[in-house]
Design a protein around this ligand. Structure first.
Ligand SMILES: C[S@@+](CC[C@H](N)C(=O)[O-])C[C@H]1O[C@@H](n2cnc3c(N)ncnc32)[C@H](O)[C@@H]1O
Length: 495
């Protein structure tokens, strides 16, 4: 493909100082011809140009050693060989080759560093530089260079995309939209294996968390095959949620599971927690409201031969918890495996935690509800607060109606946008949440009062610092409160 190899290149005069030659010293040396600016239909030929690069004439006997010693300053362009014929007439001695150098690193013989100079001396190579005329084509340019040359000067040329199987998924800005077909074509040309480029056309606010998208270039086949952490998934990317940036998080949670554990995946999608959990030997109940996601979840369970270990549901998360989960939980909690509840719907999952309040009815006999049998919850949320950890805990507590102080941990998953974090709060479901009216005094004390109360804050409580637990007296009972709650109470008109 590289025209530079079949074009008759010429060596011009030897020169020791290349700074004099403007093309050689120009930092935008690989900048395509100005005529391509504003192009909306890709014309690959229009990118062809001749440039000059410095070259060393190296005896073939030491060529490999010299190339190795000078690899930091040798020319590196896609599709261009850095060692070429020395341009001597056919039938010449053939005892020399030219090593092409990066003109951004080498402007004159003085540009060589200590190591390079020592190598040239050791191998008996003259530091004299030759000018080599090279044909640079569209194939030799990087996508960023092509787009920078085409799009209006001074505007952002982000050519980043997420890769989902054969699909490159872009999120173009408004000023890039007039060039969208060209951008799609360039991304496809420059990324082997990408046969379809799509642009997101809405923000992700749909219930099923999938994007609306427009095909910019290539085929319109949206059924992707993806391997994540060694597991194969297939799904229609236009109709379900899939985020390649969650692979580390999926792996982290799955690594906490043991063979024989039970997993309740409330917002399962196409199965990136459920399938690897089943492959690890867990018994899985996986649910998703989106019928398409549910269909691909079943498909992926069969594809990975774990369908016997996964029971799937196509329900709203609350219905799933109040129905199939509630029915099975008492039996599962009595079994030998730990029960895990995964809730990855970061925009809403914390609100769903209130479904667990009293879910299993009256507390069973002592022993059947000991702390160790309680489900481990991994619940996701977005936070824009200065202290996302604290924010996550407070919202989980508000939804559950109990304090999680000292009994939860928060994991930062990823930065989603400037000032927006995706977080995961992990905790063992408190007994007093799952079972109704536990009358023990200890449990009463753990509850955060939700009713409006009138109270006189003691001096002691008022001096509590942010993040500390204080004690204040409510209706003559003792109730441990987080300082942040106290602060909220102080601010309320009732107080
Ligand atoms: C952020 S995705 C996570 C999918 C998958 N667990 C993952 O990690 O990639 C959230 C999923 O929740 C589903 N969903 C949205 N609202 C739901 C609800 N009310 N009940 C159950 N599932 C819901 C969506 O269809 C989507 O597949």
């Amino acid at each position: 493909k590289s025209a530079s190899l079949c074009f008759p290149q010429r060596i011009l005069e030897p020169s020791t100082v290349f700074r004099e030659h403007s093309a050689m010293a120009d930092p935008g040396l690989y900048r395509p011809p100005p005529a391509v600016r504003g192009m909306t239909v890709l014309d690959r030929e229009a990118f062809t140009q001749m440039i000059h690069v410095p070259a060393l004439r190296v005896p073939t006997t030491v060529l490999n050693k010299v190339v190795k010693s000078l690899k930091k300053i040798a020319l590196q362009r896609p599709g261009i060989k850095r060692v070429v014929d020395d341009g001597q007439p056919v039938g010449g001695s053939g005892q020399h080759r030219l090593l092409l150098l990066d003109p951004h690193c080498v402007a004159s013989a003085e540009s060589f560093g200590h190591e390079e100079t020592a190598a040239l001396t050791a191998f008996g190579v003259s530091p004299e530089l030759h000018r080599y005329e090279l044909q640079l084509t569209y194939e030799n340019l990087k996508s960023e260079e092509v787009l920078r040359a085409v799009l209006p000067e001074g505007q952002d040329v982000t050519s980043g995309f997420s890769r989902v199987g054969h699909i490159a998924h872009m999120n173009l800005r408004d000023h890039q939209l007039p060039y969208k077909s060209l951008i799609g074509q360039v991304i496809m040309d420059k990324n082997p294996g990408v046969t379809c480029v799509v642009n997101k056309t809405n923000t992700i606010d749909s219930t099923y968390r999938n994007f609306q998208m427009e095909v910019l270039a290539g085929e319109s086949n949206m059924v992707a095959k993806v391997r994540e952490n060694g597991v194969l998934y297939e799904f229609d990317f236009s109709r379900v949620y899939w985020n390649p940036r969650l692979s580390t998080e999926h792996e982290r949670v799955v690594s906490l599971l043991r063979c024989g554990d039970i997993v309740l995946d409330v917002f399962a999608g196409v199965g990136p927690f459920a399938i690897p959990a089943a492959r690890r030997g867990c018994v899985v109940l996986a649910n998703d409201l989106n019928p398409e996601a549910h269909r691909w979840l079943q498909h992926n369970a069969r594809l990975n031969k774990v369908d016997a270990a996964i029971t799937t549901f196509n329900l709203d998360g609350r219905e799933f918890l109040r129905g199939p989960a509630r029915e099975r939980l008492p039996g599962l909690m009595r079994g030998p495996g730990a029960v895990h509840v995964v809730m990855n719907l970061p925009a809403l999952a914390l609100d769903f935690l209130d479904t667990f309040r009293g879910l299993l009815g009256p507390e069973p006999d002592q022993g059947l509800s000991c702390e160790a049998t309680m489900p481990q919850v991994h619940c996701y949320g977005f936070s824009k607060e200065d202290d996302p950890q604290q924010d996550m805990v407070q919202r989980a507590e508000a939804s559950l109606g109990v304090s999680l102080q000292g009994r939860c941990s928060v994991h930062m998953v990823r930065n989603v946008a400037p000032n927006k974090e995706m977080m995961c709060v992990n905790f063992r479901m408190p007994r007093e949440v799952l079972y109704t009216i536990s009358s023990s005094k200890e449990d009463e004390e753990k509850k955060i009062p939700t009713a409006e109360v009138f109270l006189q804050l003691s001096e002691e409580a008022c001096s509590v610092e942010e993040g500390e637990v204080g004690v204040c007296y409510v209706n003559e009972g003792k109730s441990p409160l987080k300082a942040s709650c106290i602060a909220r109470w102080q601010a309320s008109p009732a107080v």
